[in-house]
Write a new protein. Structure first.
Length: 166
């Protein structure tokens, strides 16, 4: 029987491959596009999606992240290729860190904070699950952005309307 950690490693690979199908489609000339003034730009969204797999490493290797001590400068990606390179790097880093631990760490507590303000306190299990949830959530958001730009969408868990016969 597989451990939870082994299952997470496999899930990270699978969700990463699905996500890369969408990142590949990002048009360089539309990086500053946003569907609404309150929405992220396409570049900001794609960068965020590309970095999310790296959260798993942070959750596995630390007991907290404190933004007061660790300011967050987003990486400056400017093309589909750069988003793909970045997500590949984050996936590999997290897979490697997951490969070094056992299920025993999953019940340990992890905290996200900014100085004294606590944004989240959860188990490392929940950090990993939350990372996957965020990846899937923002990948779906990217799908909406691409649809609004009239870019045909590939299937992630099954075919899309773009792939089915009409």
């Amino acid at each position: 029987m597989k451990t939870f950690i082994e299952t997470f490693i496999e899930e990270l690979k699978m969700e990463g491959e699905s996500t890369k199908k969408l990142l590949t489609l990002i048009p360089k000339e539309k990086l500053d596009w946003q569907p609404h003034t309150k929405s992220m730009t396409l570049k900001a969204l794609a960068t965020h999606i590309s970095e999310i797999p790296g959260w798993i490493k942070i959750g596995v290797t630390t007991s907290e992240i404190n933004f007061a001590d660790n300011p967050y400068p987003p990486k400056d990606c400017n093309s589909a290729e750069e988003f793909l390179d970045y997500i590949d790097e984050m996936i590999l880093i997290s897979q490697n860190e997951l490969g070094k631990v056992s299920d025993a760490i999953l019940t340990e507590t992890w905290v996200m904070r900014n100085a004294e303000i606590i944004y989240a306190e959860m188990s490392k299990w929940e950090v990993i699950r939350h990372s996957f949830n965020q990846l899937i959530h923002h990948r779906a958001q990217l799908g909406v952005y691409l649809r609004l730009l009239d870019i045909p969408l590939p299937g992630v868990y099954g075919p899309t309307a773009d792939e089915l016969p009409h």
